[in-house]
Design a protein around this ligand. Structure first.
Ligand SMILES: NC(=O)c1ccc[n+]([C@@H]2O[C@H](COP(=O)([O-])OP(=O)(O)OC[C@H]3O[C@@H](n4cnc5c(N)ncnc54)[C@H](O)[C@@H]3O)[C@@H](O)[C@H]2O)c1
Length: 303
């Protein structure tokens, strides 16, 4: 089995690489332009014969013919910068994915395409917990770009035999979520930022009143969901929510980490609540989250 991971040097990509190295015998190629990712994230696999890193843009990929599966994770996944650096985000989040889809069509070769989608496409949802048929309500250019790829895949699949799975991640946390060298690190996952501030003896800064709630999902659970999507024996051609199926307020999260916190202005473009209905993934993909955020935080605070 030969697989490709785009965005392999990022937070989720590097954790997916760890998972596939540990749990499969697959040959893995990773591509990354290192715009926000880091070779440090994948350093432990540098000399592994089963892994090859290619430093390139997704748009420079010439062929996908040798792959059986493509995990497409490369993106600029931050809401606030997507309002400011719009063209850069369209290129990373939209054009990159379209290029890969077009390559499959041009070569008439359709490896399973496992796309990292986002719960951001639901905005602040009407239904809690939120199932996959919730209406789309994009509050940011980032959310819209993630949705556009989903829609393009769906449309292209009406004409060509695409084999795809979209995984709509809720709020990932875990090792390597905070990369100090990432130019967008101020907008990383809140768990990573809070832990980093705590480690540096700084006060935690809570946006708004902290009552906004998030469905936090451990990155190893995401990696497992990618694996389950990859090995599913037949075409799925659908989207799955990948969350924990529970929700925690940002204020409660802050209190779990530190008693030194204060409040800053609410940010536009961010949802009031994310809370996944994961029935579809648990029944169809036979996937279920196993990690608990309290355990992760306890372990991180112990050092
Ligand atoms: N982290 C989250 O909160 C979150 C939530 C929902 C969905 N997602 C999705 O998960 C995926 C991975 O996110 P992440 O948190 O690991 O992000 P990340 O920024 O840590 O990793 C993304 C990686 O992609 C690389 N990259 C960016 N543009 C590229 C391009 N054009 N060509 C090649 N490489 C490129 C970056 O250098 C980086 O290593 C993204 O598609 C994102 O939209 C993330």
């Amino acid at each position: 089995m030969k697989v490709l991971i785009t965005g392999v040097a990022g937070f989720i990509g590097s954790n997916l690489l760890d998972y596939l190295i540990a749990n499969t015998d697959w040959q893995i190629t990773g591509i990354d332009n290192l715009s926000t990712g880091s070779e440090i994230n994948i350093a432990e696999h540098k000399n592994n014969k089963r892994f090859t890193l290619i430093k390139q843009n997704c748009t420079d990929v010439r062929s996908l013919k040798e792959y059986d599966k493509v995990f497409h994770l490369a993106a600029l996944p931050r809401i606030q910068p997507s309002f400011e650096l719009i063209t850069e985000h369209i290129t990373a989040n939209l054009v990159s994915g379209i290029h890969l889809i077009e390559t499959m069509v041009r070569e008439n070769h359709f490896p399973r395409f496992i796309y990292s989608g986002s719960s951001a496409i639901y905005g602040t949802p009407e239904h809690i917990p939120t199932a996959e048929d919730e209406s789309v309500s994009c509050l940011s250019p980032y959310a819209f770009q993630k949705y556009e790829i989903e829609k393009y895949i769906e449309l292209i699949a009406t004409r060509y035999p695409l084999d795809y799975v979209t995984l709509r991640y809720f709020n990932p946390y875990g090792p390597r979520s905070f990369n100090p060298a990432n130019k967008f690190n101020a907008y990383s996952s809140v768990v990573g930022i809070f832990l980093n501030h705590k480690k540096n003896g700084q006060e935690l800064l809570i946006t708004g009143d902290g009552q906004q709630k998030r469905d936090f999902i451990h990155v190893s659970d995401l990696a497992k969901a990618n694996y389950q999507a990859a090995i599913f024996p037949s075409k799925l051609n659908t989207a799955f929510n990948i969350g924990n199926g529970s929700t925690l307020s940002i204020l409660d999260l802050a209190k779990m980490i530190s008693d030194k916190y204060s409040f800053i202005a609410k940010r536009e473009g961010e949802a009031d609540i994310t809370f996944a209905d994961i029935t579809k993934a648990t029944t169809m993909l036979k996937w279920a989250p196993v990690y608990k955020i309290e355990d992760y935080i306890k372990q991180e605070l112990k050092g």
